[in-house]
Design a protein around this ligand. Structure first.
Ligand code: GTP
Ligand code: MG
Length: 425
């Protein structure tokens, strides 16, 4: 097909055609559902809130089961993320549920939100690495990306702590945050109303983006927009069953009465369960993939040097990016090589100069020692000459003394003879 034909074809309006009879592609949605059901679903919840705020109890209440829990100590040395994965089944639907606890968060010295941010990023990174593999297996990949962060607010009735605001601000571009007021049975109805308003206004004034239940799907738009106005949900958790009337209900029993978890006039637990599990679970999964993961992926790929357009805003393919990066890399390698060669030459020159200097110093030392040696030799020679002269003089004197001695001896030996002669005469 000629290029112009192709262009004309692609620019043509699509025409609506009527089918003569049943073809069968109306079963596509069913095929999709059946495939998803076979594959199963994964859903990952991150619980952030101070130690003992009621995270585990709420999870148990939400899923109507007992997850493994161990109480966190108030003396953890740092914030630690503890993921636990469970396989749940309802009818024929399998749910791989991961509950991640931010253990130690909010405890005196462990206020840091960084481990939480790092954990979320690591799950995105793992997914990205899988996506970038040549042989990908996303079909059976265990997706550990966090779909929702339940942020447990302490029921002070006062205002949000700065730690809450800082943490939520750090997390809001990475995860869907649903703020909830925990242990809502410990705060009075009028206080709770004011507290909710205060929290929402603080979140808005600090630019914290919390998850909004979607209102673009007609089927759920109404309920979601009503529920958005109820945020943050004030919840009560309990795994205890109490008899109310002739029914056993989950509740917390106090000397003055019973707080029923699933009674909407007592708390917002039902609203939370409805929104989180029954209406918006898929939207939370989708938002995680299309918004939060997409943002992470874009930043990461840009950081790695990938881009969609060149500086002239022309499309830039992966191949071109690769070539550019390769050239950049080779250039950098050459520059490094040259730098190292130059460094080596300089080092050799330096060492050579040092050796020469050492040689000169040694030579000077040698000359100096030689001079000292010659001087010493000359002095010794002089001393020897002096001694020789002294010896000669001594010898001369000795000979003279000896001659004198022998002469005087001779003289003394002749004197008695003369005396004898004189006597005779
Ligand atoms: P760690 O995992 O140790 O940080 O604690 P947690 O946040 O998981 O709290 P957990 O669910 O273990 O609850 C701590 C205590 O608070 C328990 O005694 C619960 O019975 C109690 N608790 C939990 N939910 C509520 C609630 O809604 N209201 C009240 N009043 N108490 C609650
Ligand atoms: Mg717990």
């Amino acid at each position: 097909m000629a290029a112009t034909d192709l262009e004309r074809f692609s620019n043509e309006e699509k025409r609506n055609l009527a089918l003569g009879g049943h073809v069968g592609f109306d079963s596509l949605p069913d095929q999709l559902v059946s495939k998803s059901v076979t594959q199963g679903f994964s859903f990952n919840i991150l619980c952030v809130g101070e130690t003992g705020i009621g995270k585990s109890t709420l999870m148990n209440t939400l899923f109507n089961t007992t997850f493994e829990t161990e109480e966190a100590s108030h003396y953890e040395s740092a914030v630690r993320l503890r993921p636990r994965t469970y396989d749940l089944q309802e009818s024929n639907v399998h749910l791989k549920l991961t509950i991640v606890d931010a253990v130690g968060f909010g405890d005196q010295i462990n206020k840091d939100e960084r481990p939480i941010v790092e954990y979320i990023d690591t799950q995105f990174e793992n997914y990205l690495q899988e996506e970038l593999k040549i042989r990908r297996s996303l079909f059976n990949y265990h997706d550990t990306r966090i779909h929702v962060c339940l942020y447990f607010i302490t029921p002070t009735g006062h205002s949000l702590k700065s730690l809450d605001l800082v943490t939520m601000k750090k997390l809001d571009s990475k995860v869907n945050i649903i703020p909830i007021i925990a242990k809502a049975d410990t705060i009075s109805k009028s206080e709770l109303h004011k507290f909710k308003i205060k929290i929402m206004s603080e979140l808005v004034s600090n630019g914290v983006q919390i998850y909004q239940f979607p209102t673009d799907d007609d089927a759920v738009a109404e309920i979601n927009s009503v529920m958005n106005a109820h945020l943050p949900f004030a919840v009560v958790g309990s795994t205890e069953e109490v008899k109310v009337g002739n029914k056993l209900v989950r509740a917390r029993q106090y000397p003055w009465g019973v707080v029923q978890v699933e009674n909407e006039s007592h708390c917002d637990f039902v609203k939370l369960r409805e929104m989180l599990i029954r209406v918006n679970m898929e939207d939370l999964r989708e938002q995680t993939h299309t918004r939060h993961y997409e943002l992470y992926r874009r930043c990461k790929l840009e950081e790695m040097g990938f881009k969609d357009t060149d500086p002239d805003s022309q499309p830039f393919s992966l191949q071109e990016t690769y070539e550019t990066k390769r050239k950049e890399f080779l250039g950098e390698l050459q520059r490094k090589e040259e730098e190292m060669r130059q460094m080596f030459v300089n080092k050799v020159k330096e060492t050579e100069a040092e050796l020469k200097e050492k040689e000169r110093e040694l030579h000077e030392k040698f000359e100096h020692l030689k001079r000292i040696h010659q001087e010493e030799k000359r002095k010794v020679e002089e001393k020897r000459r002096e001694l020789e002269e002294e010896m000669n003089a001594f010898n001369r004197r000795k000979v003279a003394v000896e001659t004198l001695q022998s002469q005087s001896l001779q003289a003394t030996s002749q004197q008695p003879l003369k005396k004898d002669k004189d006597k005779k005469n």
